[in-house]
Design a protein around this ligand. Structure first.
Ligand SMILES: Cc1cc2nc3c(=O)[nH]c(=O)nc-3n(C[C@H](O)[C@H](O)[C@H](O)COP(=O)(O)OP(=O)(O)OC[C@H]3O[C@@H](n4cnc5c(N)ncnc54)[C@H](O)[C@@H]3O)c2cc1C
Length: 429
């Protein structure tokens, strides 16, 4: 390896952390270490859907062929169905109230296969397993050669091991210990408002998601194909993955009045098919038929964060669920890697670079957080348009504008320009 210009520690090897590691591996002058709490990288057996903007990133990372091979079908830029929005919660046949179409439609993957592609592209020696971060601190050190004072970050792990780095990126998911420490430091050491602490604990949304996978053969009975084999459906979310061989189902049971209350039980657990079927009794026949085919459902309490006030503090940055979906995590990772890898970014300009990352990505993370919540309520007819379908459909369409009205490439340019401007300003002061 060339002499490293700085050392990046990535805490958490989920989709966000591994995308960042793979994106950074294109720059031989950056040292990367991934610290993962588990004994191996793993994702659950379920689906994940993405849009054109995330697909462009995967291609820019040189992974188009590999991801194309594991998508639901080869990604194709002609208009495809994003979602077929339906009203399904009545015993008689439901109806479509809005068809959302975009170039590529939604591109769908099996989560474990998605992670495997990233793992396959991780350089040797980067991954450290069984390293659950419990704490970090930042110490000022003076460089023997330049005399410059630098901030080195020391990482402390549950097994007693320690490590050091110049930049720590929190990719440790929605329960992020890094987000917690960052916010506590802002309050306790930097005089920040105690209200910052309200952004530490995830909030239960009042929704339970029942998830399951169905081999497609089970959805072809009596010479009839279930429509979700070809089309991503919404009211009960369902779509094909793995070259069309499996259908992924996410059935949401929401009680909006319970938003913010304490959920009594583990975040994720196995459940009986009977519980799932009982929950959706009285829904249209095609939903009931589909749910009958799920052999081993799991039950997820869905949590969210309050929109975040910070994404960066000093040389610590948040990414993905530690901050805001998987597509979001991949965009964060791409933009952060591009600006860190830029030749003008050095150890001494890291703070300016990170502050440019925050300026560009924090508004986007918060926009997506807020948008996901609003969309969720609209999909279940609990939003301001209720079940006024003539108005609801177009409004749902508008909610998707951000997917194509901006591109991650434009955000990368914005972040690079901002980092440059901040560095120039820093040099003049
Ligand atoms: C029901 C459901 C459906 C979803 N569907 C979609 C979808 O269709 N499209 C989409 O874009 N997003 C979807 N999402 C959101 C998406 O799953 C997440 O946004 C994404 O997985 C976040 O990735 P991440 O890498 O930031 O975090 P995570 O996947 O949570 O990874 C965090 C990693 O950090 C490790 N870790 C945690 N703490 C520590 C520690 N202290 N030290 C070291 N390692 C640690 C964990 O072991 C894990 O490997 C869905 C989420 C849910 C719940």
């Amino acid at each position: 390896m060339a002499t490293a210009k700085f050392r990046v520690a990535i805490c958490g090897g989920g989709i966000g952390g591994l995308t960042l590691a793979v994106a950074l591996s294109r720059y031989p002058d950056i040292r990367v270490d991934v610290y993962e709490a588990a004994a191996q990288f793993k994702e659950i057996g379920a689906g994940v859907m993405m849009w054109q903007r995330t697909w462009e990133i995967l291609k820019l990372l040189g992974l188009g062929k590999e991801f194309g091979d594991i998508a639901h079908a080869s990604p194709d830029s002609s208009p495809g169905v994003g979602f077929d929005y339906r009203k399904s919660d009545q015993p008689e046949e439901g109806f479509r109230f809005y068809l959302f179409q975009v170039p590529y439609g939604c591109i769908r993957f099996h989560r474990a296969q998605f992670l495997d592609v990233l793992v396959d592209h991780l350089p040797a020696g980067v991954a450290h397993f069984g390293r659950r971060l419990t704490f970090y601190n930042t110490a000022q050190t003076t460089s023997q050669t330049s005399g410059r004072r630098d901030s080195e970050i020391t990482l402390y792990f549950a097994d007693g091991a320690t490590a050091t780095c110049d930049l720590l990126v929190g990719c440790d998911g929605i329960k992020s210990v890094i987000r917690k420490k960052m916010l506590e430091d802002l309050v306790n050491k930097h005089g920040g408002s105690p209200t910052l602490l309200e952004h530490i604990e995830p909030i239960w949304s009042g929704t339970i998601a029942y998830r399951g996978l169905i081999p497609v053969s089970r959805l072809k009975t009596g010479g009839k194909e279930h429509r979700t084999i070809q089309t991503p459906m919404m009211h009960v979310v369902s779509y094909g993955i793995s070259r069309g061989s499996i259908v992924n189902v996410v059935a949401m049971a929401s009680q909006p009045h319970l938003y913010g209350t304490t959920y009594d039980g583990p975040w994720v657990r196995d459940c009986d098919r009977d519980e799932l079927l009982q929950c959706f009794t009285g829904w249209e026949p095609e939903v009931e038929e589909m749910l009958q085919c799920i052999e081993k459902p799991t039950k997820w309490a869905l949590y969210e964060l309050k929109p975040l006030p910070v994404y960066v503090q000093g040389r610590i940055a948040l990414l993905g669920d530690a901050g805001a979906g998987a597509g979001q995590a991949i965009e964060d990772a791409f933009i952060l890697a591009e600006i860190l890898g830029h030749p003008s970014t050095t150890l001494s300009t890291l703070s300016q670079t990170l502050s440019a990352y925050e300026a560009v990505r924090l508004p986007m993370a918060n926009h997506i957080l807020k948008g996901s919540r609003e969309s969720g309520t609209m999909y279940e007819f609990n939003g301001p348009y209720g079940d006024d379908f003539a108005r609801l459909g177009p409004q749902i369409g508008k909610q998707w504008d951000w997917v194509w009205m901006t591109t991650p490439q434009e955000e990368r340019e914005k972040a690079l320009q901002l980092a440059q401007a901040k560095t120039d300003l820093g040099a003049r002061l």
